[in-house]
Design a protein around this ligand. Sequence first.
Ligand code: SAM
Length: 277
Amino acid sequence: MENQGAKFIELLKKVLIDYHRIDLEEYRPLNGNPKILTAIVKLFNRRYRGKKIALCELNDTSKEKRMQGLDWPYYADTMIGMKRLDNLEFCVRDVIKNNVEGDFIELGVWRGGATILMRALLKVMNITDRSVWVADSFEGLPRPDEKTYPVDKGDQHHTYTELAISLEQVKNNFEKYGLLDEQVKFLKGWFKDTLPTAPIKKLAVLRLDGDMYGSTMDGLVNLYPKLSVGGYVIIDDWGAVPGCKRAVQDFRNKHNIKEEIRQIDWGGVFWRKEHSY
Ligand SMILES: C[S@@+](CC[C@H](N)C(=O)[O-])C[C@H]1O[C@@H](n2cnc3c(N)ncnc32)[C@H](O)[C@@H]1O
């Protein structure tokens, strides 16, 4: 049975990144800049919808990119790639093996794939006393709050409509895998508003994937104190977004956190919490 669970998780991770379909080309309806092009495309697509013809763009992807989480997939349920899914699985299994108390959370879930993996791991291990928290605006990233977080000045993430995935869509994604139940808890809203009062008692895995300085700092300030000793913090955007790395460095310096930062792939890092502060 245990072996079957492991095989299911291996297959699930491939499905979550759409690895099995990567040799087929990924197309999505063109929605580019400049605005005039968008208008022409919309007109064309409306005119020819009945004939099932649409102007599309082709995603420049590959198996290697999908392993490393180097592209924004058109269809997959997560963009973090296989290496970071493997790391998440390692962290979840390790805290369970070592009886580290607490729930699991991801801040910044997009289509929900990483949180779906966490819920699936609980399922295959028959664990019913831990929850998976799914925290997101479900509307994309916030405009930079330059007053509070000057490092985010000029940040453009809020303009990326591809990053705005609704709560309904994410719930549907959980449902697709038969994993939507009371052990999955949704926190909808900006982290600065939801996290200070979130009814989370303890965490064993804290996964941060909010890209910006402010989103990363809001997560660390509000939730790192709730992370059990022996638990893991995972920083998805360390190598991808300089502001995120800065937030982590500022937080670690302020609280004198010395645990070794371990690299997952080109972008992600993590560490095991050894001391409370
Ligand atoms: C890069 S995506 C996350 C990718 C995801 N972890 C995956 O597995 O594919 C970033 C997400 O963070 C969310 N986000 C970023 N900053 C936020 C904030 N301050 N409050 C709420 N949601 C935020 C966005 O809505 C978006 O869904």
